[in-house]
Design a protein around this ligand. Structure first.
Ligand code: PRX
Length: 571
């Protein structure tokens, strides 16, 4: 069958040729763009904010264009510098210093970004938490990281654990609060009193910057630890992949509680000094098109799950908007369906560029470059300077078209440097010099990579990673549930949904009401995206003789597939 190929746009002379990038490429050459080239010291907050604020031509350019249903605000690079300076001073006043973990549990508002850069300016490590998390999810992350301070809002306070957090010294509240104020630091009051000048804490490239918790197939979420050095790759991919120019208006739809919302919602755009659109509130096709139109967005980074919803809303909806400013669209998080790419060509007259990477990789790894031919269904090719391959379980590279582990040669700049508190887990990601992603894929003879699926039980629902173990643990906390097994079930719009199989304790009967109660229990205890959309009561859950839940078998049953080797199945 002739493979469909979509050529690169003609006549755009800004596009860089892939082979040229590869030949001329060295991470080394990029570092002349950053302060450490001269001083040996660095800080992401300087490179992304203060450097532009120091530049008379850029200082008054809008850095942040914030819009939510009830608030609209613009911050220039100079404003962002001053606001983050003030917050750095507040942090210092309360004893926060280099290396301390400071977590943010709040919606993406201008205060979030000021606080985030304030944290980096004092050399502390930022830990952004998704605002939809429930108490248990917040507790796990604050406990493991031993966070010293949490920044949150009065509405979210009810989900902040009040006990079992011995390291947590202070809570900062952003917004009006009616309760006992002495217990909290009031953000707005402190900011009013703080000076807008501060000392930047200059750090080493390998000093800590960011902790993102993410789910695996076993155990609690893991703290993926990133350092300032990652900026080289954020900068390079912002240029080669996002194709950012200084006069762009860029919109990344991801929340900073997830890695796309930091690497490409904060770092890459501001390292390039572009105007960054941040939109709060829920998704609807009309609201999103309206945002693209109103702000004349030129570069747009989003996710397949959102694009599929736009496809469902139809071409009539998009035709109501003037999207003529838009020149470049990218996608991340799940496989990008070829049909969505064809639709994009019709609806936007633009190609949609798939990008593949992970929380652990910190930045783009395999992508569709603007300069490259797109083969719909393929994730594209590795970033120049990065060696990606398909390897077997011993780390031997496999020939084209053979499926295996998608792996990356250790040592790319934005690679995670540790799993917080868990060196054994960190080591377990590597076979020889290869970081093994947990995804299976193959490569074609031209070096394009094709995603096949996850090799472990991690669920990807609407682009969000859910660990089945976490959901199972929460389910069995419910008094009615004896045992639980959780899988990802394919779904046309969400990619996968969370499906749970449970057995009931004596005295409980299966009913619609009970199942709904259990679903709500996970939703309010853990988070909405982790709550099973389907829940099925069984007489028993298949387990190995050593007691491990055989999720693979549950999945095969669910999908009507052959069950494979069941020799380890308990009698
Ligand atoms: O399975 C892959 C899938 O998302 C996983 C990483 O999830 P997370 O760490 O939450 O980061 C998401 C955004 C960077 C991967 O192991 N994934 C990510 N991008 C793609 C993808 N699957 C298919 N195609 C992609 N482009």
């Amino acid at each position: 069958m002739e493979m469909k190929k979509i050529p690169a746009r003609e006549g755009n002379h800004n596009l860089k040729d892939y082979n040229c990038m590869k030949e001329s490429f060295a991470w080394e050459s990029i570092k002349t763009n950053f302060s450490w080239f001269e001083t040996g010291k660095v800080n992401m907050a300087y490179e992304a904010v203060d450097r532009h604020a120091d530049n008379p031509n850029k200082s008054n350019q809008t850095a942040l264009l914030f819009s939510s249903p009830d608030r609209e605000e613009k911050l220039t690079f100079n404003d962002l510098r001053h606001e983050s300076n003030k917050f750095a001073n507040v942090l210092r006043k309360y004893g926060i210093k280099k290396g301390d973990r400071v977590f943010l549990f709040m919606p993406r508002t201008p205060e979030f970004y000021a606080a985030f850069f304030g944290i980096l300016k004092v050399g502390a490590i930022a830990g952004p938490l998704f605002e939809a998390f429930m108490e248990q999810a917040v507790r796990d992350r604050l406990q493991d990281s031993e966070a010293k301070m949490l920044i949150t809002t009065p509405d979210l306070l009810a989900r902040v654990p009040q006990a079992d957090l011995p390291a947590l010294e202070k809570i900062v509240l952003v917004g009006d609060y009616e309760g006992k104020v002495e217990s909290y630091i009031q953000y707005h009051e402190e900011m009013k009193a703080a000076s807008d000048q501060t000392e930047m804490e200059w750090v080493d490239l390998e000093d800590g910057m960011l902790l993102h918790y993410t789910s695996g197939s076993t155990g609690k979420p893991k703290g993926v630890y990133h350092v300032h050095h990652a900026m080289i790759q954020h900068y390079a991919s912002g240029d080669w992949v996002l194709d950012l120019k200084e006069d762009d208006t860029y919109w990344c739809t991801a929340d900073p509680g997830w890695v796309t919302g930091t690497s490409y919602g904060i770092f890459a755009p501001w390292l390039h000094g572009v105007t960054n659109v941040v939109r709060g509130g829920r998704f609807t096709p009309d609201d999103w098109y309206h945002t693209l139109e109103k702000y004349c967005v030129t570069v747009w980074y989003t996710a397949p799950t959102a694009l599929r919803k736009l496809v469902s809303a139809g071409k009539e909806t998009v035709e109501n908007y003037d999207l003529s400013a838009l020149r470049h669209i990218l996608s991340v998080g799940e496989p990008l369906n070829p049909e969505v790419i064809s639709w994009g060509l019709k609806a936007f007259h633009l190609r949609i560029h798939d990008t593949w990477w992970m929380t652990e990789t910190g930045a783009h790894i395999i992508v569709n470059f603007p300069s490259m031919e797109i083969r719909p269904g393929s994730m594209g090719k590795p970033l120049p300077g990065i060696e990606a391959s398909i390897v077997d379980n011993e780390g031997n590279e496999l020939p084209p078209y053979q499926m295996g582990n998608l792996a990356i040669k250790k040592g790319w700049p934005s690679m995670m440097r540790a799993i917080w508190n868990n060196p054994g887990k960190f080591e377990s990601y590597f076979i020889q010099d290869w970081y093994v992603s947990g995804d299976s894929a193959y490569k074609d003879e031209d070096g394009y990579f094709w995603f096949q699926g996850r090799l472990d039980d991690v669920i990807n629902t609407s682009g969000e990673r859910v660990g089945p173990f976490e959901v199972e643990s929460k389910l069995i906390e419910h008094p009615a549930v004896a045992e639980a097994g959780v899988i990802g079930k394919p779904h046309p719009e969400r990619g996968e949904i969370v499906k749970a199989f449970i057995t009931l304790n004596e005295g409980y009967e299966d009913s619609e009401a009970l199942r709904e109660e259990i679903r709500q229990f996970v939703k309010t205890g853990l988070s909405a995206h982790a709550a099973p959309r389907e829940l099925e009561v069984k007489d028993s859950i298949p387990k190995t003789r050593s007691g491990k839940i055989m999720r693979r078998l549950l999945k095969s049953w669910e999908l009507g597939l052959p069950t494979g080797d069941t020799s380890t199945l308990e009698e």
